[in-house]
Design a protein around this ligand. Structure first.
Ligand SMILES: *Cc1c(COP(=O)(O)O)cnc(C)c1O
Length: 357
């Protein structure tokens, strides 16, 4: 009963027909038409159980990224993979380390397994190797790094992840959650594939919920050591990934042009939103994901709560992140052009109203 159930981002406002849901980092440009077609086609076979091994999807992933298919696992969202890993490797008396403002599924999953979540200190809303290593004890079983992290949008360069792994005991699993990897274009960034290939205590998780725009289908995957894959197959449900998700995921993966367009959209609008915040005098945490976390005042008419309430009346739904210990911030998913422009216009109106003008 100590667990605060995970609450998804707001999706509707009573009395408003159209809302701009910018609260869950779903890909703004939506799914590939080819994924929608594959999903629709799957309808004819709804009476059949899924392929429990997700063979075609795993083969597609192996081909796309040059991976060993036997080390690829698929899950009902990457959330399922995260929680099974915790169930399998951590329990009563064990510790699961994550960064101070790290993704909430890690502490929730740890508690659900009876393990103790342990926060590693961050520096400027960014996880640090030294912070992680200082949090590790002989009871630590798993270290989770969301890279880039949600809700901060910050990331650790590959060299830092390598340094982190080198500093961990060999029996601690390092899970690199690269849910936003496809959005990141930094020379010093890597999602973690090479590290998984080189070591037997590193897992990289990925999702179809973000750039691929398939959040509704619940589809994630991970690249892991063979032994970890074997453990996952023992604890997962036999048909954990449904047929429509497998088919749509494969089609989405192969529609490289659609993914490139989604990335290009983000590359255009994320810097635009950051520049507009600067123009409005709003601080933000520089992000490499498809979202931006913006700072408001601690209280008074310019607080994050006041902003969220004002935006709500306009049908604009960002994510309040008080649950992450960041009550002064709101997280905005990068939306379509008109959504982004509406956010800025509404923020401008909010700030001027708060000024009494
Ligand atoms: C959105 C998100 C996920 C993905 O979840 P799914 O279960 O695959 O939808 C995982 N990790 C982080 C950090 C996220 O923000």
């Amino acid at each position: 009963m100590d667990i605060s159930p995970y609450v998804g981002g707001d999706a509707s406002v009573e009395g408003l027909a159209r809302v701009m849901k910018l609260s869950a980092n779903e890909g703004a440009t939506g799914p590939s038409p080819k994924a929608i077609a594959a999903y629709t086609e799957a309808g004819a076979n709804l009476h059949r159980y899924p392929d429990g091994g997700a063979a075609e999807l795993r083969a597609g992933l192996a081909e796309m990224y040059g991976l060993d298919v036997n080390r690829l696992i698929c899950g009902n969202g990457s959330d399922e993979i995260i929680s099974h890993l915790i169930h399998a490797y951590a329990g009563q008396g064990d510790e699961v380390v994550y960064s101070e403002h790290g993704f909430l599924m890690y502490p929730l999953g740890a508690m659900a397994s009876g393990a103790t979540p342990v926060k590693a200190r961050e520096d400027n809303f960014t996880a640090t190797v030294d912070g992680f290593l200082a949090a590790v004890t002989e009871r630590t079983k798993i270290v989770f790094v969301a890279n880039p992290n949600n809700p901060t949008g910050t990331y650790l360069p590959q060299a830092e992840l390598v340094r982190l792994r080198a500093g961990l005991p060999d029996d601690v699993l390092l899970v690199i959650d690269s849910a936003y990897a496809e959005f990141v274009s930094r020379n010093d960034y890597a999602p973690g594939i090479e590290m998984v290939s080189a070591h037997d205590n590193v897992v990289m998780t990925r999702t179809f919920s973000k750039i691929y725009g398939l959040a509704a289908l619940r589809l994630g995957w991970a690249y892991c050591p063979a032994e970890v894959a074997g453990v996952f197959h023992r604890v997962r449900g036999p048909f954990n990934v449904n047929t429509a998700a497998q088919a749509a995921g494969l089609a989405a993966l192969r529609d490289v042009q659609h993914t490139d367009e989604a990335r290009a959209h983000n590359d255009r609008w994320l810097p635009w939103l950051q520049d507009e915040c600067t123009r409005l005098g709003l601080n933000y945490i520089p992000s490499v994901g498809n979202f931006l976390t913006i700072q408001f005042e601690a209280d008074g008419p310019r607080s994050a709560d006041a902003a969220q309430e004002f935006l709500r009346t306009k049908g604009i739904l960002p994510r309040g992140i008080a649950g992450y210990g960041m009550p002064d911030y709101l997280r905005f998913t990068i939306g379509l052009e008109d959504e982004n422009r509406s956010v800025v216009a509404a923020l401008e109106e909010f700030l001027s109203a708060a000024n009494g003008g």
